[in-house]
Design a protein around this ligand. Structure first.
Ligand SMILES: [Cu+2]
Ligand SMILES: [Zn+2]
Length: 183
C-alpha cells in the first residue's frame, strides 16, 4: 500500500466514526421514531419585545416545560399552545385559538376539563424576565395531543383560567412554532 492510499484510508475511517457518532448522539428521535425533546423560539410580535426559548422534554408522567423569556411587562402572562404553527401575522393571530383537540373548555393546567394548550401563566420579575420549569401531564409529542408544529403564544396579561374561550389574557406578545430539538 502506498503512503498516499494509507493516509486516505485512515481519513475515511476517521470521517466514518465522526458521522456515525454524530447520528447517534445529536438527535432527539429514537430508532422507532419516538421524539424525546422539542423546542420553540419565541419572537416578539409587532411593537413588542418579549422573546425567549422554551424546551419540552419527555419525562415520566408527562412533558417537562422549561423556559426563559425576556422583555416582558412585570407580572403574570397567559402561556398557551395554539392550534396553528403559524406566526406569519404581525400580531400573532395567525396561530389561531387554543390547541383543543379534545373539545374541552378553557381552564388551568390542573383542570379536569381544559384545552390541551392551556399551560396557565408565567410570571415576569422586575427585570422583565420569566424563568420557569414544570411538568404537564397532558401535552404530548405523538397522537392527537401532539404539540409538534403547533404555535406557542405569550400574552399581554394574566390568563384568569376561567373566562371562555381564552382566559381573557389579552393580546399576543410573542409567537413561536414547536419543532423537534437537536438533542
Ligand atoms: Cu394563548
Ligand atoms: Zn384555553
Amino acid at each position: 500500500m502506498s503512503k498516499g492510499i494509507k493516509i486516505n484510508f485512515t481519513l475515511l475511517i476517521i470521517i466514518s466514526i465522526i458521522s456515525i457518532t454524530g447520528c447517534v448522539s445529536a438527535d432527539s428521535v429514537d430508532t422507532n421514531g419516538n421524539i424525546s425533546k422539542a423546542v420553540v423560539k419565541l419572537n416578539p410580535t409587532d411593537g413588542n419585545s418579549a422573546k425567549g426559548v422554551v424546551w419540552f422534554t419527555k419525562v415520566v408522567g408527562g412533558v417537562k416545560v422549561e423556559g426563559h423569556i425576556e422583555g416582558l411587562p412585570i407580572g403574570a402572562h397567559g402561556f398557551h399552545i395554539h392550534q396553528f404553527g403559524d406566526c406569519s401575522a404581525t400580531n400573532g393571530k395567525s396561530a389561531g385559538g387554543h390547541f383543543n383537540p379534545g373539545g374541552g373548555e378553557h381552564g388551568s393546567p390542573m383542570s379536569e376539563s381544559r384545552h390541551v394548550g392551556d399551560l396557565g401563566n408565567i410570571t415576569a420579575d422586575s427585570s422583565g424576565s420569566a424563568t420557569f420549569s414544570f411538568v404537564d401531564e397532558i401535552i404530548s409529542f405523538s397522537g392527537k395531543r401532539s404539540i409538534l408544529s403547533r404555535g406557542v403564544i405569550i400574552h399581554e396579561v394574566a390568563d384568569d383560567l376561567t373566562s371562555q374561550p381564552t382566559g381573557a389574557a389579552g393580546s399576543r406578545l410573542a409567537c413561536g412554532v414547536v419543532g423537534i430539538a437537536k438533542n
